[in-house]
Design a protein around this ligand. Sequence first.
Ligand SMILES: *[C@@H]1O[C@H](CO)[C@@H](O)[C@H](O)[C@H]1NC(C)=O
Ligand SMILES: *[C@@H]1O[C@H](CO)[C@@H](O)[C@H](O)[C@H]1NC(C)=O
Ligand SMILES: *[C@@H]1O[C@H](CO)[C@@H](O)[C@H](O)[C@H]1NC(C)=O
Ligand SMILES: *[C@@H]1O[C@H](CO)[C@@H](O)[C@H](O)[C@H]1NC(C)=O
Ligand SMILES: *[C@@H]1O[C@H](CO)[C@@H](O)[C@H](O)[C@H]1NC(C)=O
Ligand SMILES: *[C@@H]1O[C@H](CO)[C@@H](O)[C@H](O)[C@H]1NC(C)=O
Length: 170
Amino acid sequence: MASMYMYVVHTTSLLLLLSTGYITSENNIPKIRGVRFLLTVNDTWADPPGCIKTVATDMIAPDVPVNKSQNITVGSCDHGPLNYTVLSPGLNHNKYTVRLTFYSSVIEDAEPPTCDLSWNGTYLIPKNNTCTGPVDLLPSCYTTDSREGWYLTYYWFHLLEWEFEDDISA
Ligand SMILES: *[C@@H]1O[C@H](CO)[C@@H](O)[C@H](O)[C@H]1NC(C)=O
Ligand SMILES: *[C@@H]1O[C@H](CO)[C@@H](O)[C@H](O)[C@H]1NC(C)=O
Ligand SMILES: *[C@@H]1O[C@H](CO)[C@@H](O)[C@H](O)[C@H]1NC(C)=O
Ligand SMILES: *[C@@H]1O[C@H](CO)[C@@H](O)[C@H](O)[C@H]1NC(C)=O
Ligand SMILES: *[C@@H]1O[C@H](CO)[C@@H](O)[C@H](O)[C@H]1NC(C)=O
Ligand SMILES: *[C@@H]1O[C@H](CO)[C@@H](O)[C@H](O)[C@H]1NC(C)=O
């Protein structure tokens, strides 16, 4: 009797999983649950060649208020929280645009650096088998900002990894 009950429960939950496995937005595009970034900062308050550091962030969920966001330490160059929202469909015919803001400790009297990072939810493949010139296979965006209109700081953001809400392997 008990095993029969278990069987029914298992079958029901399997059907439930199959029918709700895809959590999609209105336009039938799977929603993004989290993103890991590569964040590079070049601070030019330091003597040339500047203070340059790249870090990989943890998986960050979208739409988190800045006071609940994790503090990201970029070596001794910078630190601060980063938050983002996902536009889907994204800009320029892409499926997704991550619109991010990095609350850089370097920027005091100006808007924090922000940029838009667009891709189609797939890994990029080289257009060519022959490797000539710079090839960037991680979706990325780049911006600059300055502290009190002084000391330009350079920011690179790369999309290292992402998770969809329907990704049951995660
Ligand atoms: C970082 O900024 C400094 C100062 O402007 C510059 O000399 C250096 O080339 C920059 N490094 C990179 C990797 O952009
Ligand atoms: C980031 O945090 C700020 C301050 O809490 C908030 O106004 C903004 O809406 C947040 N952005 C996103 C995309 O969640
Ligand atoms: C974050 O800020 C909001 C107002 O912007 C406030 O209501 C909330 O209590 C703050 N949360 C924390 C954890 O500080
Ligand atoms: C973030 O981390 C840096 C050093 O890693 C620290 O100096 C700073 O106080 C931290 N900020 C917050 C808000 O915890
Ligand atoms: C995403 O697809 C669109 C339409 O095919 C294309 O224009 C765009 O370049 C693609 N984006 C990337 C990052 O490959
Ligand atoms: C591939 O590389 C060859 C040789 O470098 C070049 O002539 C060709 O234009 C490239 N094709 C594409 C699609 O980038």
